[in-house]
Design a protein around this ligand. Structure first.
Ligand code: 6CS
Length: 332
């Protein structure tokens, strides 16, 4: 398979193949994005470009697909800050708690802010990646083996986190013992009580069956799950101007559609979980309870700034984007 992948962007007579690795399974939010992208590219190139979507696991973990993208063996990938933050520490700003708004529509708008995106573009380019899109897949929700309403309730709790280093600090700040694991190992770790909890959007809790091996879901609106769609920089740079314009246009359309799709998906999946596990306790933190977590999370920002050389610029740009989006209101 590796030799085949090394052929890179394959040309089969007149058909060019673009390989797109996602970090989630078929039917997921990322798959919705990638499949819609594939459909529109097929249509707009008159079937001359075929986008092949590789769901999570088929080409390895997130770290492995990022590596394949870097080498140019695949052309496109989803790269969530929770994993790619190891390579681009500044992108870990999206892992910080209570930095974005508690209003989803404000966040959706802020994540499209041109100033913020220009800065992120530069940072991704240092790793030979072209940033195509930044979008939210929905609120991160804690699934735990016990109720949590205060940071003290996290004491000693073994929390699975994605592999970016800042996530360790984020949960240590609450007194938890975080353990980084790839996505594929989370269910087994919960089942065997190697970890006591994890954090992901509702759709992921449903499709990965985490709800089967948890007792409590806690809605704190501490952060949305932000992801990035990226391309190999050389692949993108050598596209003809027409193809690049087509790709950019399609990404813009798909990004708008996926926001609606993720909201519907997260809402419907919560209903599925409620049906399958009526005994599962659901806790929504009050504003007062959220304020305590917010306060406790503040020192993590200093750690972020220490880990990310251009972190201050990103954090400031993010702050301005959220302020602007709050003033402007609805997503277009
Ligand atoms: O928790 C994770 O590792 C993964 N969660 C989601 C919703 N998408 C990709 C990511 O790798």
């Amino acid at each position: 398979m590796i030799a085949w992948l090394l052929l890179g962007c394959q040309r089969d007579r007149d058909v060019e193949v673009w390989r797109f690795a996602i970090e989630e399974t078929r039917g997921s939010v990322q798959d919705t994005f990638a499949q819609r992208f594939a459909g529109l590219v097929d249509e707009r190139t008159d079937h001359r470009v075929r986008v092949e979507v590789y769901p999570y696991g088929t080409l390895g973990t997130s770290d492995q697909t990022t590596e394949l993208l870097y080498m140019g063996s695949i052309q496109l990938a989803m790269a969530s800050p929770g994993h790619i933050g190891k390579l681009i520490p500044e992108v870990q700003a999206f892992l910080l708690h209570f930095v974005l708004s508690d209003d989803e529509e404000v966040n959706d708008l802020a994540l499209r802010d041109p100033e913020l995106l220009a800065l992120l573009d530069e940072l991704y380019a240092t790793r030979n990646f072209e940033l195509l899109s930044v979008f939210s897949e929905g609120w991160m929700v804690w699934t735990l083996d016990r109720p949590v309403r205060r940071p003290e309730d996290f004491a000693g709790l073994k929390m699975r986190v994605m592999t970016s280093p800042l996530l360790l600090a984020a949960y240590e700040a609450y007194g938890a013992s975080p353990t980084p694991l790839p996505y594929s190992e989370v269910y087994g770790a919960l089942q065997l009580s190697m970890v006591d909890g994890q954090v992901n959007p509702v759709f992921a809790i449903q499709e990965m069956s985490f709800y089967e091996v948890t007792d409590v879901m806690v809605f704190a609106r501490q952060a949305p799950f932000v992801t990035t769609a990226i391309a190999n920089h050389d692949f993108y740079a050598t596209l003809s101007p027409e193809r690049r314009a087509m790709l950019d246009e399609v990404i813009g359309e798909v990004q708008t559609e996926v926001l609606e799709a993720q909201r519907t998906r997260n809402r419907d999946d919560l209903a599925i979980i409620a049906r399958k596990r009526p005994d599962l306790e659901r806790i929504t933190l009050t504003e007062e309870e959220r304020a305590v977590f917010r306060e406790r999370s503040m020192p993590v920002r200093d750690l972020y700034l220490a880990q990310a050389p251009r972190g201050r610029e990103v954090l400031d740009a993010l702050g301005r984007a959220v302020a602007k989006a709050s003033g402007e209101g609805q997503v277009p």
